[in-house]
Design a protein around this ligand. Structure first.
Ligand code: NI
Ligand code: MN
Length: 227
């Protein structure tokens, strides 16, 4: 069993009933968030990159709960320096955690953090992870890339979370291509309508994938899906 809950923007909570993790825990200052960061209790935090709308409350949650932040090496070092517990990984690498295996994928984007937003935090990533007998692909922030075909071939994906908001990431049409490349069972659009600059219509995304054989599920913040 895998239960995923969308917490707004790029934030996804996942549990198999025994283990709990959160991806990109941007809750404080997230206009879509309905759950305060202080209410988050997890074992692991998966951080795709250092941008504030992804790393978000990760350090605070880790320090409070003891959760381990799984992140690309430079970002893992950055959060470690700030008192968080971290597991350093890098793109192409995978590791068996208690809940399942995690693999870091490429993501075409940037990664920086800190007060200025200019402190170097290495390369951004996406995550393919297994939990509760299901495989999840959270692409992180990225443009479209052809290697997504390979990711889908190597790892049959049950559920894929991908941005559709354009400007900083894929827009709707490129996201449709991404889904066609990966061929997940379910696709969930994220990273849209948080702010005007990433306004997008998830129904257009769903409509364009109507005959693709992929089920599109549009989740509202705090809405869950059980697989
Ligand atoms: Ni970003
Ligand atoms: Mn972002």
């Amino acid at each position: 069993m895998l239960k995923v809950t969308y917490l707004g923007h790029s934030c996804v909570y996942a549990t198999d009933g025994k283990h709990k993790l959160i991806v990109d825990p941007f809750l404080t200052g997230n206009p879509q968030a309905t759950v305060p960061a202080q209410d988050i209790d997890v074992d692991y935090i998966l951080a795709t990159h250092g941008h504030g709308d992804h790393l978000g409350d990760a350090v605070e949650i880790s320090k409070r709960t003891g959760a381990t932040i799984i992140a690309p090496n430079e970002l893992a070092n950055w959060v470690s320096l700030r008192g968080a517990d971290a597991h350093n990984m890098h793109i192409g690498g995978s590791y068996q955690f208690e809940f399942g295996r995690v693999k870091l994928t490429i993501a075409h984007h940037g990664s920086s953090a800190g007060e200025s937003g200019l402190e170097y935090t290495g390369n951004p990533c996406g995550f393919v992870f297994d939990m509760g007998g299901k495989t999840v692909y959270h692409t992180g922030d990225t443009g479209l890339f052809l290697d997504m075909k390979l990711i889908g071939e190597l790892h049959p994906i049950d559920i894929m979370f991908l941005p559709i908001g354009d400007n900083f990431t894929m827009g709707v049409d490129d996201a449709v291509r991404a889904v066609q490349f990966v061929k997940p069972k379910i696709a969930v659009p994220i990273h849209y309508n948080t702010w005007e600059i990433i306004a997008a219509d998830p129904n257009e995304f769903a409509r364009k994938l109507q005959s693709s054989g992929v089920k599109v599920v549009i989740l509202n913040p705090n809405q869950s899906l059980e697989l």
